[in-house]
Design a protein around this ligand. Structure first.
Ligand SMILES: [Zn+2]
Length: 185
């Protein structure tokens, strides 16, 4: 089992949150930076958000409201000022905008308007459990000793500055747990 066998990965602290996004928010959206020459940075959000929770209400043209019951796209029916109602033809119910899920808006400008990869199956995400393998004094992540420790321990080894001890700590994956099995052990 390798990290590259999965579509996405997360740390243990995000595992329960990701499970809940898959269960009730339409999945985990993985956004990648579109900045030219920029970093390979990425961000994870739920795939959907309640219209009532949006900071700025996204336009109905750009988003696709989904029936909370049928989980299919629904349309806006004759909005009155201050009270947008959405009607689902499948279950013949009206919903207040606050109760309706829409696509999650891009979390920042670096993501552009490119749709994220949506992961809806917990089997496609691995939880990476790291272990500490080394510790150095200093602040320079690029120094020779740190880079040697990283290159000797495989491609997923990384270093992080620990501000509590003023040390550089090197971590490497200890085990990978598919998200659908996380918490079941
Ligand atoms: Zn419906």
């Amino acid at each position: 089992m390798k990290i590259s066998d999965f579509k996405h990965s997360c740390s243990p602290e995000h595992a329960v949150k990701f499970q809940s996004w898959i269960a009730s928010r339409g999945g985990v959206a993985n956004w990648k930076s579109q900045e030219i020459g920029g970093s390979q940075q990425s961000w994870s959000t739920p795939a959907t958000i309640r219209l009532g929770d949006c900071d700025t209400a996204p336009s109905f043209v750009l988003t696709k409201p989904i029936c909370p019951q049928c989980k299919i796209p629904i349309r806006q029916e004759g909005a009155q000022p201050g009270q947008v109602l959405l009607h689902c033809t499948a279950c013949s119910q009206d919903f207040k905008a606050n109760d309706v899920l829409v696509d999650y808006p891009e979390p920042n400008w670096r993501c552009g308007k490119v749709p994220p990869t949506i992961i809806t199956d917990a089997k496609d995400i691995c939880v990476i459990v790291d272990k500490e393998i080394d510790r150095f004094e200093g602040t320079n992540l690029n120094c020779r000793r740190v880079q040697d420790a990283i290159s000797h321990n495989g491609p997923d080894t990384y270093a992080q500055f620990d501000s509590r001890t003023d040390e550089i700590v090197v971590f490497t994956p200890e085990k990978l747990v598919p998200l659908n099995e996380w918490g079941a052990e």
